[in-house]
Each structure stands twice: as C-alpha cells, then as structure tokens.
Ligand binder design. Sequence first.
Ligand SMILES: Nc1ncnc2c1ncn2[C@@H]1O[C@H](COP(=O)(O)OP(=O)(O)OP(=O)(O)O)[C@@H](O)[C@H]1O
Ligand SMILES: [Mg+2]
Length: 229
Amino acid sequence: MSRKLRYKVKKSVNLIAFDSPQSPVTEQYRLIRNNLHFSSVDKEIKTIAVTSPEPSDGKSTTAANLAVVIAQQGSKVLLIDADLRKPTIHYSLNVTNTFGLTSVLSKRINLEQAISSTSIAHLDALTSGPIPPNPAELLSSKSLDIVLKQLREMYEFVVLDTPPLLSVTDSQNLANSCDGVVLVVSSRKTKRERALKAKELLEKANSYLLGVVVNGVESKQTNFYGEYI
Ligand SMILES: Nc1ncnc2c1ncn2[C@@H]1O[C@H](COP(=O)(O)OP(=O)(O)OP(=O)(O)O)[C@@H](O)[C@H]1O
Ligand SMILES: [Mg+2]
C-alpha cells in the first residue's frame, strides 16, 4: 500500500516531509531542525520532546515530520511515541506496536528488540507498546532516564511525541528528562493563557524550551503550514 493511501487510516498523521520534500511546509520543518543546531551551540541537544498545551494541536505531526527532516539530513534519528494516552506513530510509520516503550520500561524486552526500522533511511521508531493502566507512573520512573541514556549512545537525535501538557502530567516528566522541548501551539485554537500556562509548566519541570511552533498558520500556497518562533 502506498504511503498516500495509508493517510486514510485512522490516527495516521501527514508525513509531508517524506512525500513532498520540496514543499514550503517541509521547508518550515527544516527551519525547526536548523534552529535545533543553533540552540545546541552551548548545550548538546540530542533528546527533544515535542509537546503542546492541549489535544490535537499538532504534536504528532510536528514530531514525525521533524524526525523525517533530521533523517533526510543523514543523521541517525529515533522517533519515540511517548504519548501513551493516544499513540499514533505506529500508524504514521506503518510499523507494528506489539512491543515498544512500555515493554522496555516494564522490562519485558530489551531496548534493541523494541526498536523498529522504518522505510525512511536513518529513521527508526520506538512505538508506544501496549498501554498500561498506569502510564504516568511508568513514564516518571527512573527507568525512562536509563532508556534515554542508552539511546543517546545509539542515535544522533531522539525525538519524543508526548501527551498534552495541560491534560496529563506525563509531558512534564518527559520534558524534564529531555535536553530540550519544542512547544507546539495551534494558531486556530490555542488561547494565550493556555499557551502561557503550558510554558509555566515547562519552566516548573526545569526543562529547556528550544522554541515554539505555531501550527496551522494559513498560507497562500497551502493550508498545511507551520511557523517557528
Ligand atoms: N499544520 C497542519 N495543517 C493541517 N492539518 C494539520 C496540521 N497539523 C496537524 N494537522 C491535523 O490535525 C490533527 C491533529 O494533529 P496531530 O495528531 O498531529 O495533533 P496532536 O497534538 O498529536 O493530537 P493528540 O493530542 O490527539 O495526540 C490531525 O488530523 C492532523 O493531520
Ligand atoms: Mg498526538
């Protein structure tokens, strides 16, 4: 089945960076990627959490496309589905989700066994794995830091898709465990105070804010657009 057909599968996000590398939207994802390199002048940025204040702001779309443009540059990158509330990466990258992050955190299998290669060169995926009844506990556990430490040795970049900051506490723990955070806000629906609240939670979590992606900005060429500020 072609990738385009698979977009119709429920929950899959648009991997525009893969399908249309020349599009102005993909160029915006490259801009985010390049800004990561600039941000990392003083501090090594390897693990990046992508989050947003609320559901459906575009976290998974941003995380997946960011991982694709990093891979297209030739860097070895892992995309992790750390949104145990609503995992989508296995649909977007068309890989199985029998094992994944939860399987590793609960020590059912080892890390290497849980990682899937994808059809995109240099891009691997660690899907969510089966969803436990206590996702927050699993993600706050020390074992997450151990897993991220191991991955730092294996990949040049690790991008984590996470749940909404204002809905569950998982993202704060994840943001704290990562070198940097990209905050996605929706140009259409995110209210100013919700964006500020999200930023405040990230500060409380002692995380390093790399930048804010304003998702869904209308453009003349396309209605699928983002902007990095
Ligand atoms: N820039 C964009 N232009 C048009 N549609 C978009 C854009 N970004 C995301 N979408 C669409 O909006 C919906 C939500 O996007 P996405 O799944 O990336 O958000 P999310 O923040 O991960 O949501 P959730 O909180 O449910 O995990 C999807 O159908 C996606 O295809
Ligand atoms: Mg999502």
